[in-house]
Design a protein. Structure first.
Length: 341
């Protein structure tokens, strides 16, 4: 069989990392990334890129832990290499703080991040309104640099990048033997999946290079995530909203909430406001499906619905998606050799 042609729809962190796993595990595959938006115009560019998982109620915890661990291990390797600055990956220490005792004393990811422990009384003095806290070291991706680094790796491995809006996955059947759907919130339309819904997030990216530690309120709403160049201040979680325009009142409210946790942010400069739609679902959809029309078949692998945790989980889900593509190719080769007999 000629080199199987695989199309990956989507150029956010999920599509690019899935395409990279594919070229790594299937060197004979010809991989094309198709997307209507590339960095810096995807949801993934808006994200803070912190590796702190959110729980998907519909996915078994041991699976989520495996995805997170694979992602953490992969990025930890990059952070310890000469690639770290170009890829925008760095270790970061900080605090997750709570007004009331946290629901889980030990979250499922506590032994994957480094040095997870309860905060000391002295540390808690920084946060007079909070009574409980967890300190740990995790990793952060600076989003546009990491996406550009993935694109560069893909091009070096011979993958094609193509700007194109896909109206229907079936439209790709005459050009590709397998299609991978990593369309983020776009999958609602592409896969006709009404269980996928947007959770709007507005954030500020500011210049405040003296802020070195992350701070996350356990309510998940207010956070301060320092990156290599900019600090991300958040945020909002608005279920069902498709509005991509920044809301000025929300910008002020986010800034005030963050200054309450970190008063030195009053001196922040060059405030930029961004909005993104988290592709949310009870669980990530990571499965094979065969589309068929008039006896013609198109194997599809879905990999979407990462919600608030696309960066935290991307490498683990990309590996699994690449494995499923391998199964599709094996099935195609099997049916071809049967046809020859
Ligand atoms: C404010 C905010 C902060 C966040 N912070 C974090 C964080 O700190 N840590 C974390 O882990 N996660 C975070 N997230 C979540 C994270 O951003 C998402 O989970 C992740 O970006 C999803 O990636 P994706 O590749 O699935 O989607 P996207 O980045 O949206 O990419 C989808 C791609 O599909 C393409 N596409 C869609 N439809 C079509 C079509 N019909 N034809 C062609 N192309 C199509 C798009 O153009 C795009 O290229 C945050 C999200 C927001 C909004
Ligand atoms: C991002 O969007 C802007 C504005 O629409 C456009 O000018 C630019 O070419 C886009 N960038 C990429 C890489 O597609």
């Amino acid at each position: 069989m000629a080199a199987p042609k695989v199309a990956v729809v989507g150029a956010g962190v999920v599509g690019l990392s899935t395409a990279l796993c594919l070229v790594e595990t299937c060197p004979s595959c010809s991989v094309t990334v198709l997307a209507d938006q590339f960095s810096p115009n995807t949801t993934s560019d808006v994200a803070a890129g912190m590796l702190i998982p959110h729980t998907y109620p519909g996915t078994p915890i041991h699976v989520q832990k495996q995805w997170f661990k694979e992602t953490f291990t992969y990025l930890f390797g990059i952070s310890n290499s000469a690639e770290a600055s170009e890829a925008g990956i760095h270790l970061i220490s900080g605090w997750q703080i709570f007004k009331n005792a946290p629901k889980e004393e030990l979250p499922f990811w506590s032994d994957v991040v480094l040095g997870f422990r309860s905060m000391s009384e002295a540390e808690l003095q920084k946060f007079p309104q909070h009574r409980f806290g967890q300190a740990f070291t995790t990793l952060k991706c600076d989003c546009p640099p990491y996406l550009l680094w993935l694109e560069k790796r893909l091009k070096a491995a011979g993958a094609q990048m193509c700007t194109r809006k896909v109206a229907e996955l079936w439209d790709l059947h005459s050009e590709y033997s397998v299609v991978v759907n990593c369309a983020g919130i776009g999958a609602r339309q592409l896969a006709g999946d009404e269980r996928l819904f947007p959770v709007r997030g507005q954030v500020l990216k500011v210049h405040a290079p003296w802020v070195k530690n992350f701070i996350r309120d356990g309510d998940g709403l207010t956070y301060i995530y320092p990156g290599v160049h900019r600090v991300t201040l958040g945020g909002t979680r608005e279920e069902g909203s498709w509005n991509l325009s920044p809301h000025p009142g929300t910008t002020k409210a986010i800034f005030d909430r963050c200054c309450t946790l970190e008063p030195s942010l009053r001196g922040a400069q060059d405030i930029e406001v961004k909005v993104g739609l988290r592709p949310s679902r009870r669980c990530v959809r990571l499965q094979r499906e065969v589309l068929s029309q008039g006896g013609v078949k198109l194997p599809v692998v879905h990999n979407y619905g990462h919600g608030s945790g696309g960066f935290s989980m991307h490498r683990g889900t990309a590996k699994e998606a690449a494995r499923l593509v391998g199964e599709c190719i094996a099935a195609l080769q099997g049916s071809l050799s049967r046809a020859k007999l």
